[in-house]
Design a protein around this ligand. Structure first.
Ligand SMILES: Nc1ncnc2c1ncn2[C@@H]1O[C@H](COP(=O)(O)OP(=O)(O)OP(=O)(O)O)[C@@H](O)[C@H]1O
Ligand SMILES: [Mg+2]
Length: 308
């Protein structure tokens, strides 16, 4: 049920190649070595339109390496990487973008002092058709940015305000709306909620769902199983560069997912380390079993929700 990597993906999609079912992006036994450091090994991943694929894992698990391969920053050194069923090997992020794969990095590439609408079009300013001499069509850019943000349900008072004055969550949302507007088919989000509070995280999760509803395949990287479970259709947990869990939503509960993230062995090791630190009472710390039920009164939400 839980740790069966090979069967979890693909079984249905591969054998029944209906259009909507084919993964846009797929990794088969993919891996990456930096010199003799093997950062990623034997990873299978399938990203489908209108689905959120969550990639979870602890620090150093290989999450960033995985998305660097898909976003064209690095190249895989083993296995296969396919887009629309065709093997690919991107030399630059621009090539990935050309295939509709857009990445929103945590340290967003925005210019804080520039207005929201200007950042929305940063690097892809509106041009009029095939004209070789570019002129900025400011009015059209403002109007379009406003429309697009509204389409995603993002309402900002004033698009003239510098993007630096928006909250981290709002900036993430602008970046998501931007990727949607520029025709992304696959949206990669590298820990978009990591630096955010509860409320702002909720807002970002809402737009992840909005992007999914507009047909994008979303790859959502996070440390947080609760965030993942709120929007995820599929969960891939990395540990030390390999896939330790790959499961559809119907195959895993939030409790199991949390347990996979907070593995018992690591917890014991942590407890041991903390015992060396003066002032930390390890007896007070939870056991692995306690962590399985993170919020005491949560009665296994997965079983009733299932898949939509
Ligand atoms: N350019 C590089 N050269 C050498 N080793 C690297 C390089 N990039 C990553 N690694 C190694 O690969 C492993 C996976 O790193 P990666 O950044 O993918 O992890 P991560 O899951 O994104 O972690 P975090 O949650 O801390 O961002 C780590 O052991 C890291 O040291
Ligand atoms: Mg990382």
């Amino acid at each position: 049920m839980t740790t069966d990597n090979t069967a979890a993906h693909g079984a249905a999609p591969k054998d029944t190649p209906t259009e909507g079912d084919r993964p846009v992006v797929e990794l088969r036994g993919a891996g990456k070595s930096y010199g003799n450091i093997r950062a990623l090994h034997g990873v299978d991943l399938a990203v489908h339109p209108s689905k959120v694929t969550c990639v979870l894992g602890d620090n150093g698990a290989g999450k960033s390496t995985l998305i660097k391969i898909i976003s064209g920053l690095h190249q895989h050194t083993e296995g296969e990487f396919l887009v629309d069923g065709e093997p690919v090997r991107f030399a630059t992020p621009r090539e990935a973008l050309g295939k509709g794969i857009a990445t929103v990095y945590q340290d967003l590439a925005t210019v804080p002092l520039m207005p929201v609408w200007r950042n929305f079009f940063l690097g892809s300013e509106m041009t009029k058709g095939p004209w070789p001499l570019r002129r900025l069509d400011i009015a059209r850019m403002k109007r379009t940015a406003d429309e697009e943000l509204r389409n995603m349900g993002i309402v900002l008072d004033d698009l003239e305000q510098p993007i630096g004055t928006l909250s981290g969550g709002q900036r993430q949302c602008v970046a998501i709306a931007r990727a949607v507007y520029f025709g992304a088919r696959v949206l990669i989000l590298d820990e978009p909620t990591a630096a955010l509070g509860v409320k702002q995280s909720g807002v970002v999760l809402k737009y992840i769902a909005a992007a999914r509803d507009r047909g994008l395949g979303v790859i959502f990287i996070t440390h947080n199983p609760h965030h993942a479970y709120m929007v995820g259709d599929h969960f891939s947990v990395l540990r030390l560069g390999t896939l330790e869990l790959s499961a559809a939503r119907s195959e895993v509960t939030l409790e199991e997912l949390t347990n996979h993230m907070a593995g018992g062995a690591e917890l014991a090791a942590l407890k041991h380390e903390l015992s060396q630190v003066r002032g930390v009472d390890v007896e007070e710390l939870p056991d692995a079993g306690d962590l399985a039920a993170p919020t005491a009164p949560a009665p296994a939400p997965a079983s009733s929700e299932g898949k939509s």
